[in-house]
Design a protein around this ligand. Structure first.
Ligand SMILES: NC(=O)c1ccc[n+]([C@@H]2O[C@H](COP(=O)([O-])OP(=O)(O)OC[C@H]3O[C@@H](n4cnc5c(N)ncnc54)[C@H](OP(=O)(O)O)[C@@H]3O)[C@@H](O)[C@H]2O)c1
Length: 340
């Protein structure tokens, strides 16, 4: 189970190239089996999904066997210069202290292999500006573009997507990194669209945004090998133990009243300090986990729908635990527990 997530992780930055995929990069297991593993890593928490036939010959599946859990983005980027050079990359959730920024920075590991254009998207204009200025100092030759995007609001997402589609000087987007996210919101809160804030921000916002700007990704994929154009969704290790409350997506019911296969892993929640999870409605960790399972399922769904049709490849990854600003909403005792 872990291996599957790790393989996906190693693949995330490898965004394909115009050249043949080197044999050393080709994954030996057929993709249908990989997907089965991805799904089985989630099974017990989600309803079985009917998987349409996937032709493994047509589906790009690559990995570098030498990459491992400590391999850093910079190293991965340095090994795949053709996958980076000249590309247009859009990253959501870019702040100086976060994964979105570090990922964007990794695309510039060597000035000569750099991306051509970086679209920096986030909800806080001052943080977007700060990130662009900081990257610009080191990599002045790249074109930067700021995009204000509040993923928790479908109105704002539609507005941001319309802006992207209106950029006639950005005809294509080669890689979309959906990194933005919120975690462990202490109280149950709904977005302006009436959706739990974790789910609205981490999944629905990205789902909507990705689908709306898909024409530019599909255009980028034209004439390139399948998988050269990528949609990377930041999931989490919590996707392996969390689940989707299909019958109660907004946490309106007490856990013990849910269908058995939607009830959370109580022992795990108790270990995390929830005394009586059976009687709770909303548990922050469950809210976050549900959205991260959805990120993984979204990648699988994107491949089913668009890999054959357009050649785009989607990957969900677990970044591993990285000290960022992700704990901004967490109560101090939770932060301490995570650090321990
Ligand atoms: N760090 C880890 O250990 C870890 C582990 C597993 C998975 N992940 C995943 O990695 C991703 C990145 O997290 P991170 O660690 O880099 O955390 P982070 O430093 O908190 O970055 C999250 C980014 O998302 C943005 N964001 C939050 N709500 C948003 C909204 N409504 N609309 C648009 N942008 C929004 C934040 O903007 P503001 O700064 O303006 O609030 C920030 O730029 C997340 O999806 C997370 O689930 C992280």
């Amino acid at each position: 189970m872990r291996k599957t997530i790790h393989q996906v992780n190693s693949l995330a930055l490898w965004s394909g190239s115009n050249q043949e995929i080197p044999p050393s990069c080709q994954e030996s297991r057929p993709v249908a089996e990989q997907e089965e593993n991805q799904l089985s890593s989630l099974s017990g928490f989600v309803h079985p999904i009917e998987t349409p036939e996937v032709n493994s010959d047509q589906m790009t599946a690559t990995t570098y066997e030498e990459f491992h859990t400590d391999t850093e983005a910079l190293e991965v980027a340095s090994r795949v210069p053709d996958s980076i050079r000249g590309k247009t990359i859009l990253t959501t959730g870019v702040n100086r202290g976060g994964i979105g920024y570090a990922t964007s920075e990794a695309f510039f590991n060597q000035a000569s292999e750099s991306v051509a254009r970086l679209i920096i998207a986030g909800r806080t204009p001052s943080k977007i500006q700060q990130s662009i200025e900081s990257l610009q100092q080191e990599y002045p030759d790249v074109e930067y573009r700021a995009l204000t995007l509040d993923l928790s609001s479908q109105r704002a997402v539609r507005q941001a997507a319309a802006e992207v589609l209106s950029w006639s000087d950005v005809p294509t987007i080669d890689v979309l990194v959906n990194s933005a996210g919120v975690m462990l919101i202490p109280e149950r809160r709904l977005s302006e669209d009436g959706i739990g804030l974790h789910f609205a921000t981490n999944h629905i916002g990205h789902f909507l945004f990705t689908n709306l700007i898909l024409p530019k990704l599909a255009d980028a994929a034209k004439g390139k090998p399948k998988g050269a154009t990528r949609i990377v969704n930041l999931s989490s290790s919590t996707a392996m133990s969390g689940g989707v409350r299909w019958s109660d997506i907004n946490f309106e019911q007490v856990n013990r009243t849910l269908p058995p296969d939607e009830q959370p892993a109580y022992s795990e929640l108790k270990a995390w300090g929830t005394a009586n999870p059976e009687e709770e409605l909303y548990i922050p960790r469950e809210g976050y986990s549900q959205s991260k399972v959805a990120n993984a399922l979204f990648s699988i769904g994107l491949n089913h729908k668009f890999h054959s049709k357009y050649g785009t490849l989607s990957l969900a990854l677990n970044s591993g635990v990285i000290p960022t600003e992700l704990n901004r909403s967490s109560p101090p005792e939770v932060v301490t527990a995570i650090q321990r």
